[in-house]
Design a protein around this ligand. Structure first.
Ligand code: ADP
Ligand code: TRP
Length: 319
C-alpha cells in the first residue's frame, strides 16, 4: 500500500540556499520516491491570517509554485494544489472548531509566538491549527512532512481526529509527523545560521552576479590558512555535487591562504548546483502554473469529496 503524504507550503519570501538544503530539497526528494502518493498544498487561506495585501498574496502563490517546480517537484506525480480551490477544507475546519475547546487552542505555541511577535490575534490565527488539521484529515493522510516548529500542529491534528471519532464513530485517520531533516544548519556569509532576518544569505535563484556578491562578502577569519566560513558553505555545496570532504580538503590545501581564489571556485560550484534550477524557473509561465493548480485541484477533490460526504453523514448534516 502506498503511503499518502501531505504537506502545506507557505510563502517564505525570497529563498536562500539554507532554505533549499534544509527544507525544499529533502521534501522534493521525498516527492520523487515512487512508493509514496504525495499532495503539496499551497496554504493560501492560512496565509491570510497574517497577510492582508491581495497583490502580495497573489505574487506569493505564483512564486511558491514556481520555486517548487524549479526545485524538482514533478506535477504529474505530485498533486500540487491550492487550499482555496477546495472548499472541503473550510467545512471540515469548521467541524473541528466545534469539537475542540478554546483553552486547548490557547496552548498552541505558534499562536502564542505569532502574537508575541506583534501579529494581530485574529480569530483565524487562533483557529489556524484546526484548518491545518482539516487539510490533513480530509485526505486520510498517513504522513505529514514538516519542520520542527510544526510538530505540535500534528499533535493537534491527532487530537481533533480523536475527538471527531469519539463523537461520531471512527471515520478519520490519525496522521504521523515526519520532521524532515536536511543537511543541518547551513551557515550564512557571517558564519551565523543563514537566515533572511540576519541578511547573511546567498539567494537560491539569484543571478550569477548576486551570488558572486554574496560569496565575496563572506567574512574570512584570518586564523590559520583555511577561511572557515567559506569552507563550511563549500562543504554543503560539495555534498550536493556528490564530492567528498577529502576532495574539498585537498582543494583548500592546494589553495591555502588564497581566499579570493577559493571564493571564485565556490561561486562556480554554487552556479553548477543552482544554475539549472534558475534557468528552469525562468521558463515557467503563469499560464503553466494556473494549469498545474487547476489539474491539482481536480485530483485533490477526487480524494476529498467522497471523504467529506462520509464526514457529513457521520455528523448528521447529510440528509
Ligand atoms: P529564515 O531563517 O530565512 O527566516 P525560514 O524560517 O523561513 O527561514 O525557514 C524556512 C525553512 O528553511 C525551514 O524549514 C527552516 O528549517 C529551513 N532553513 C532556514 N534557514 C536554514 C539554514 N540556514 N539551514 C538549514 N535550513 C534552514
Ligand atoms: N502551518 C504550516 C507551516 O506554517 C503550513 C501548513 C498548512 C501545513 N497546512 C498544512 C503543513 C498541512 C502540513 C500539513 O509551515
Amino acid at each position: 500500500m502506498k503511503k499518502r503524504i501531505l504537506t502545506g507550503l507557505q510563502a517564505s519570501g525570497t529563498l536562500h540556499i539554507g532554505n533549499y538544503f534544509g527544507a525544499l530539497k529533502p521534501l522534493v526528494d521525498l516527492t520523487n520516491q515512487d512508493d509514496n502518493e504525495v499532495l503539496l498544498m499551497v496554504a493560501d487561506y492560512h496565509a491570510i491570517t497574517s497577510l492582508k495585501d491581495a497583490t502580495e498574496l497573489k505574487t506569493n502563490i505564483y512564486n511558491i509554485v514556481r520555486d517548487y517546480l524549479a526545485a524538482g517537484v514533478d506535477p504529474k506525480k505530485v498533486i500540487l494544489f491550492r487550499q482555496s480551490d477546495n472548499q472541503d477544507h473550510m467545512e471540515l475546519g469548521w467541524i473541528f472548531n466545534c469539537l475542540v475547546t478554546v483553552p486547548f487552542l490557547m496552548q498552541a505555541h505558534s499562536y502564542k509566538d505569532k502574537v508575541a511577535k506583534g501579529l494581530e490575534p485574529n480569530a483565524g490565527l487562533f483557529t489556524y491549527p484546526m484548518l491545518m488539521a482539516a487539510d490533513i484529515a480530509l485526505y486520510n493522510t498517513d504522513i505529514v512532512p514538516v519542520g520542527e516548529d510544526q510538530r505540535q500542529h500534528i499533535e493537534y491534528t491527532r487530537e481533533a481526529v480523536t475527538k471527531f471519532n469519539n463523537a461520531y464513530g471512527k471515520t478519520l485517520k490519525e496522521p504521523k509527523e515526519l520532521v524532515v531533516a536536511g543537511v543541518g544548519i547551513v551557515p550564512g556569509t557571517d558564519g551565523q545560521k543563514m537566515s533572511k532576518s540576519y541578511k547573511n544569505t546567498i539567494p537560491l535563484f539569484g543571478t550569477r552576479e548576486e551570488i558572486q556578491k554574496a560569496v565575496m562578502s563572506i567574512v574570512t577569519d584570518s586564523s590559520g590558512d583555511r577561511p572557515l566560513n567559506v569552507y563550511n558553505i563549500h562543504h554543503v555545496i560539495y555534498r550536493a555535487l556528490g564530492k567528498s570532504q577529502d576532495e574539498l580538503d585537498a582543494l583548500y590545501h592546494e589553495h591555502a591562504g588564497k581566499y579570493k581564489a577559493l571564493k571564485d571556485i565556490l561561486v562556480d560550484d554554487i552556479e553548477t548546483v543552482i544554475g539549472p534550477m534558475r534557468a528552469k524557473r525562468e521558463l515557467i509561465t503563469d499560464d503553466e502554473i494556473r494549469a498545474v493548480l487547476a489539474d491539482g485541484a481536480i485530483r485533490a477533490k477526487a480524494i476529498s469529496n467522497p471523504m467529506i460526504e462520509k464526514i457529513r453523514k457521520a455528523v448528521g448534516i447529510a440528509l
